[in-house]
Design a protein around this ligand. Structure first.
Ligand code: AKG
Ligand code: FE2
Length: 370
């Protein structure tokens, strides 16, 4: 990527601060109850599940982010993906660009992604968990055309394809476990969300953040919220992920924990839960010395899913806060705005919010004075 082009420079207020505050209280949740047999038998398991469910619920409510250990994903499977990613990103640019993403072919290699119209200091490789994957051809609501996305694999390293395909199977198992715990924590049946994911649009991204000559001006990924349901992220030991802490709005760094995954609730769970859980803003800092790797798995429902607050979680007293929106159109809108710099704000769930934040505040103020 060379010298720092103007396109990478963040507006003053979005630049990283020189000092690092670590996210001290970010929950670290042990999933061994689900991944290994309980020494005292299954009855014990049921009672302890309640504890796990409330841990997950509190983490979703208070942070929107948490880490999991003893998650059941074999270390070697993740390492194999990481090793092949290192080999792939180490190739000459012209080799990587042979499988470059285009406006129509949205998978493969890409090094000019934009977040909120500012270029990110990174290069990525994207692939879908289910190949082929069906999504709308364009964000235009009147355009009913659908397209099939097919994975494009590089010639080198040859093992990348197999490593990734094995890895997504593991990720999917973990994603369903987490989804079930989240459903239970909202007082819903365990499999309440399952049907949405029958024809999922889940995708995985291999991120490589090269050392950056001006880490005080650019970001690896600009501030954003994940648009999907749930993200399962692996980050290496370099660190750089920052989360906007809910309690005080401070940007805090998530310290790498060996063999842990970082989980965050995406926009869809915010809407389904009618804001019981919120999708939290995050970003990635880069540094001038070390390159960094991360692997997010974006667990997303079928393209035709109409995302709206669940009936069970709304009533007269707490009416739905969002109008239903089509996930496929949302996704295709985001993909377009990430692909190139546009002159308009990219799509956000706030565009579908029924009651504006201002009305909420006014309501709060009125109920205090009344
Ligand atoms: O690299 C990371 O730590 C996070 C990346 C991320 O937030 C994303 O790709 O959505
Ligand atoms: Fe993200």
């Amino acid at each position: 990527m060379g010298a720092l082009d103007q396109a990478f420079i963040q507006a003053q207020e979005h630049r990283p601060k020189g000092t690092t505050t670590y996210a001290q209280g970010i929950p670290l949740i042990d999933l061994s109850l689900l991944t290994s047999p309980h020494p005292d038998g299954d009855d014990q398991k049921t009672t302890s599940i309640d504890g796990l469910v409330s841990e997950i619920g509190n983490a979703c409510k208070n942070w929107g982010f948490f880490q999991v250990v003893n998650h059941g994903v074999a270390l070697e499977k993740r390492q194999r993906v990481e090793d092949s990613a290192r080999r792939f990103f180490g190739l000459p640019l012209e080799e990587k660009r042979k499988i470059r993403r285009t406006e129509k072919q949205v998978l493969g290699y890409f090094d000019t992604e934009h977040t909120k119209n500012v270029r990110d200091w990174k290069e990525v490789f994207d692939f879908v968990a289910k190949d082929p994957n069906i999504i709308p051809a364009s964000p235009d609501p009147d355009d009913k055309e659908l397209i099939e996305l097919h994975n494009v694999w590089p010639q080198y390293p040859p093992e990348l394809k197999d490593a990734c395909e094995e890895y997504v199977k593991e990720m999917e198992k973990l994603a369903y476990k987490l989804l079930e715990l989240i459903a239970l924590s909202l007082g819903l049946p365990t499999n309440r969300f399952h049907n949405f994911f029958r024809e999922q649009t889940t995708f995985v991204r291999l991120n490589h953040y090269p050392p950056c000559p001006a880490p005080d001006l650019a970001l690896g990924v600009g501030r954003h919220k994940d648009g999907g349901a749930l993200t399962i992220l692996f980050q290496d030991d370099v660190g750089g992920l920052q989360v906007k802490r809910k309690s005080d709005g401070e940007w805090v760094t998530v310290k790498p924990t060996p063999d842990a995954y970082i989980i965050n609730v995406g926009d869809i769970i915010q809407v389904w839960s009618n804001e019981a859980y919120e999708s939290v803003e995050h970003r990635v800092m880069v540094n001038s010395e070390k390159e960094r790797y991360s692997i997010p798995y974006f667990f997303n429902p079928a393209h035709y899913t109409m995302v709206e607050p669940l009936e069970e979680l709304t009533n007269e007293k707490s009416p739905p806060k969002y109008k239903a929106y089509n996930w496929g159109k949302f996704l295709s809108n985001r993909k377009l705005s990430n692909f190139k710099k546009l002159n308009v704000e990219n799509i956000q769930i706030s565009h579908f919010r029924i009651i504006s934040e201002l009305a909420d505040k006014l309501d709060g103020a009125l109920s205090v004075t009344n």
